[in-house]
Ligand binder design. Structure first.
Ligand SMILES: Nc1ncnc2c1ncn2[C@@H]1O[C@H](COP(=O)(O)OP(=O)(O)OP(=O)(O)O)[C@@H](O)[C@H]1O
Ligand SMILES: [Mg+2]
Length: 470
């Protein structure tokens, strides 16, 4: 008689089946062999994985056995002496190829590996599926003088944003200062950057001035990874947002300095608006082609003059070129506005306000291709104050007062991806976040700071050939 009756077309009944598990009798010596085999395989894997420890240790044991302790001590001393000499002769290559790879390997084992499983579980990055626990795999650790870059294999279902949210928590778990996550080149990986000390803590001195500025790469400050932050001005408009005393002035002066070579040769004309009474920028008058402050009517007039220039140029270039190339006869016009809200929101004369808004809207929307760029600083990025926010393709977010302002300035989701403008301390002016071409995550930058003396020198060395603005 069949054990189960299956009726065609019917559901298979789920009554418990009488399954008998076969019994195997394994002799004790075989079990012992399997354990020993497994243990040996594990030792070999560990020895290969940590070759940088096992190879020198093995060599040391061999030298001692073959030639004695004295030779071993002498060999260690010679090796140490070689490293010290390398460090003294060429510190950069010693650190890059000698010291930091060792530090990275050591920190991988000692700092990360040790607490990895528990950190993953407590930060919500491990998963349980079907009774099994899954932990993201720890990859390479690369160290430098400021921190560690840790590569991690993502678990299925995770995205880099999950790690960006957990990164500060992870940093504290590993007892480090600050942590951020970046999407890696391969889509199954994420790179974590943990800081041991802040590379942007020190003041950034003014950067060298190029005789002919490269408008696609104007040096303005230092990035967290130690590279120079270069602004792409060609084809763009720039918004600098930051609370009072956040260092907007230093961004503007860094930019003026980056353009200085072009100002002296006549390739660049600076049209400057300093509505807060000319306090910030008056010192640079000999560098400016136009300088307007205080009088709203005059500011509207200068903006309208820029619109006229832009229209003439557009008419001339139409059909012959799609991107203006600056020459002394036809220079790049850079319109610098220190406090944009003073032009767009705080003016009481409605007629003048309308004129300014119209001119600014035209310059922002049509100026890029014809070499007319607007660079505007702003304290309050709320929509009411700045109706043109979306016309600025490039934005810099310095210290901001509220969390919500970060996404207003740098775009939706920027704060979640790591632009913590609201957490920049007041004691660190000139630090901000920028978006880089082709990089999802905002990058932290410190802009160079020009003292009054630096400004005086800049003005003396790079004044306009035809004299400064009135
Ligand atoms: N890059 C920088 N590095 C170091 N210190 C800076 C930097 N930028 C600004 N500071 C310091 O912070 C102070 C305020 O900077 P700044 O005047 O540029 O701020 P701001 O954002 O323009 O403020 P406000 O909105 O009031 O005009 C400066 O006096 C200077 O001492
Ligand atoms: Mg200012």
């Amino acid at each position: 008689m069949p054990l189960i009756n299956v009726i065609p077309g019917d559901k298979i009944p789920t009554a418990p089946l009488n399954v008998r598990v076969p019994m195997w009798r394994v002799p004790g010596w075989l079990m012992l062999l399997v354990w020993i085999g497994r243990g040996l395989a594990r030792v070999v894997v560990l020895a290969v994985r940590y070759w940088w420890l096992t190879v020198p240790a093995g060599l040391a044991v061999w030298v001692r056995a073959e030639y004695g302790t004295v030779v071993l001590v002498a060999a260690v001393l010679v090796l140490t002496g070689g490293c010290v000499t390398w460090w003294q002769l060429h510190p950069a290559s010693w650190l890059r190829f000698g010291w930091y790879p060792l530090v990275g390997r050591w920190r991988r084992v000692w700092v990360y590996r040790r607490r990895w499983a528990s950190a993953m579980a407590t930060c919500g990055l491990a998963t349980v599926f079907d009774g099994d626990r899954y932990i993201p795999r720890l990859g390479k650790v690369r160290s430098d003088s400021f921190g560690d870059e840790v590569t991690v294999r993502l678990l299925p279902g995770q995205i880099p944003d999950d790690w960006a949210t957990a990164a500060p928590r992870l940093a504290y778990t590993f007892r480090l200062r600050d942590g951020r996550a970046y999407a890696a080149a391969k889509p199954d990986r994420v790179t974590l950057r943990f800081l041991r000390r802040d590379p942007l803590a020190a003041l950034v001195a003014p950067l060298p001035v190029a005789g002919v500025p490269d408008f696609t790469a104007l040096p303005l400050g230092i990035r967290e990874d130690g590279d120079v932050y270069q602004l792409r001005l060609t084809g763009s408009q720039l918004l600098i947002a930051g609370a009072t005393n956040s260092g907007k002035g230093s961004v503007i002066w860094s930019l003026i300095r980056a353009l200085a070579g072009g100002i002296r040769s006549g390739l660049v004309e600076l049209w400057v608006f300093d509505p807060k009474g000319g306090m910030e920028l008056a010192a640079g008058t000999p560098l400016f082609a136009r300088f307007a402050y205080e009088d709203p009517d005059r500011m509207a007039g200068v903006l309208e003059e820029a619109v006229k220039r832009m229209r003439h140029r557009a008419a001339r270039l139409r059909g012959t070129s799609r991107q203006h190339v600056p020459t002394p006869a036809d220079p790049l016009i850079v319109i610098l506005i220190d406090e944009l809200a003073a032009l767009t929101a705080y003016i009481t004369d409605r007629k003048v306000k309308e004129r300014i808004k119209e001119a600014l809207g035209l310059l922002l929307s049509q100026g890029r291709a014809v070499g007319v760029h607007v660079i505007a600083a702003l304290q309050d990025p709320r929509k009411e104050v700045l109706p043109f926010r979306n016309l600025f393709p490039t934005r810099i977010g310095l210290r901001l007062v509220e969390k919500e302002e970060v996404d207003m300035v740098l775009g939706d989701g920027a704060r979640d991806r790591g632009a913590l403008c609201d957490q920049i301390p007041e004691t660190a002016p000139g630090i901000g976040y920028v978006a880089l071409d082709g990089v999802r995550e905002p990058v932290r930058v410190r802009f160079s700071y020009l003292t009054d003396h630096d400004i005086t020198q800049l003005v003396r060395d790079y004044a306009r050939p035809g004299g400064g603005a009135l």
